[in-house]
Design a protein around this ligand. Structure first.
Ligand code: FES
Ligand code: FES
Length: 162
């Protein structure tokens, strides 16, 4: 039996979208296959790696564990939505500055988790940064440079408010 079809509306990276989805399509599949937003990565499809992290109404979620139909009326931010007017988000710039990208597969999810953290806690401790990234697996970097990058981004954002 095929899954039922639905039409949902939402904003993705600030753009209004109307998308036809089957009831069993995940948010991750919708972003990659229906909207061609392939920056969000498919690592495990099981909620374990964090490569698929996006902001859903401001909160980081594993998009492989959310059904697209659940996102009707929501706001989604993906890694493609972080830069504004050609200027990288501070967490993007900082992760480059610190050499926190190696193979890069985890990077979109890490950037989104970091952005979600700084939106709710502009001045996190190292422990809070590590806690926010606990669901984002990185096989390459050992995390130290990523944590340093989030600290730098937080410091820059705080300084820009003074
Ligand atoms: S692909 Fe979603 S948590 Fe791994
Ligand atoms: S940079 Fe390779 S998995 Fe994180």
């Amino acid at each position: 039996m095929s899954a039922s079809k639905h039409t949902i509306t939402l904003t993705v990276n600030g753009e209004y979208e109307q998308v036809d989805v089957s009831a069993n399509l995940t948010l991750l599949q919708m972003l990659r296959e229906k909207l061609s937003l392939t920056g969000t990565k498919n690592g495990c499809m099981a909620g374990e790696c964090g490569a698929c992290t996006v902001l859903l109404d401001g909160e980081p979620v594993n998009s492989c564990m959310v059904l697209a139909v659940e996102c009707d009326g929501s706001s989604v931010i993906t890694v493609e939505g972080l830069a504004k007017d050609g200027v990288l988000d501070p967490v993007q710039q900082a992760i480059i500055n610190h050499g926190g990208v190696q193979c890069g597969f985890c990077t979109p999810g890490i950037l989104i988790s970091a952005r979600g953290l700084l939106n709710r806690n502009p001045n996190p401790s190292e422990d809070e940064i590590r806690e926010a990234l606990v669901g984002n697996l990185c096989r390459c970097t050992g995390y130290l440079r990523i944590v340093e990058a989030v600290e730098e981004a937080a410091g820059r954002e705080q300084a820009s408010l003074k």
